[in-house]
Write a protein that binds this ligand. Structure first.
Ligand SMILES: Cc1cc2nc3c(=O)[nH]c(=O)nc-3n(C[C@H](O)[C@H](O)[C@H](O)COP(=O)(O)OP(=O)(O)OC[C@H]3O[C@@H](n4cnc5c(N)ncnc54)[C@H](O)[C@@H]3O)c2cc1C
Length: 231
């Protein structure tokens, strides 16, 4: 059924004019798996009667005892524009959580975890990073992440501090940035990285074309564990 909780805005980081990273304080803090998403409504809602207009957002942080969560939201249409206007510092929204099956493997604690993210698709991957740190599993983690430009690089503090050296591959598609490839991620990048294509678990998150391209290429190459999340 999901937990319904009020959530208050503790802080907001802006990444250009289109992306905001919100840190929210949950009133009711229940456990959720890394990679889950929630439903956010701007209405004040307490009960389980008809759920009002809402949008889904991946939780960009792992569960913690303090009850704080992060969301990374891109303004694309009517409702996200409302969120940008109304969800100011100290404001409150209502969330229902947690949903989804874009989750780390429950039983396989050995194979590599390879995450491929485009833009705000990095959100669930950031929660994987935090979770894997907690489980002392970071050595298995590889991240391929592409973004438009420096302004839209999100979660770099988490990625730089948690993903092992040589296993974080960054791509800036529209701006030259020192030390970062100035192009899109190609399937060749994944193949040449030395990751075991058959056994690894691949998590692909981004737009429809982004996820379906990598998913098709990996399937053709014989990958057996592919999970996608797209929006
Ligand atoms: C499981 C899941 C997880 C998600 N996680 C995230 C997340 O972490 N972060 C995130 O930002 N989003 C996420 N989304 C997407 C999010 O739920 C919304 O669907 C999306 O932000 C659209 O919001 P909106 O209501 O503002 O757009 P709507 O007004 O509903 O518009 C829908 C689409 O129409 C197009 N559109 C609308 N208005 C315009 C316009 N003026 N010009 C051009 N195109 C337009 C856009 O392409 C837009 O995507 C997730 C979705 C799912 C299903």
């Amino acid at each position: 059924m999901g937990t319904i909780s009020k959530a208050k805005v503790l802080s907001i980081k802006e990444h250009g004019s289109e992306i905001k990273e919100f840190t929210l304080q949950l009133e009711k803090n229940h456990y959720f798996e890394a990679g889950s998403f929630l439903q956010l409504t701007l209405e004040d809602k307490e009960d389980y009667t008809r759920w009002p207009d809402c949008r889904n957002f991946s939780i960009a942080s792992a569960f913690n005892d303090e009850g704080t969560i992060k969301l990374i939201i891109r303004k694309v249409g009517v409702y996200t524009a409302r969120i940008f206007n109304e969800l100011t510092l100290g404001a409150q929204c209502t969330v229902k959580y947690a949903f989804g099956d874009f989750l780390l493997p429950f039983f396989d604690k050995k194979s590599e975890i390879c995450c491929i993210a485009g833009g705000t698709g990095i959100a669930p991957i950031l929660s994987f990073c935090e979770q894997m740190k907690r489980e002392n599993q970071l050595n298995r983690l590889h991240v391929f992440y592409s973004f438009k430009n420096e302004e839209e690089m999100q979660g770099m503090d988490v990625l730089n501090s948690l993903v092992p050296q040589g296993q974080l591959h960054l791509f800036s598609t529209r701006q030259e940035i020192e030390g970062i490839s100035n192009r899109r991620i190609s399937f060749d990048d994944i193949q040449k990285s030395g990751i075991n294509l058959i056994q690894s678990h691949f998590y692909i998150c981004g737009g429809e074309v982004f996820t379906s391209n990598f998913s098709k290429n990996l399937t053709t190459a014989g990958a057996e564990n592919i999970y996608t999340d797209e929006w």
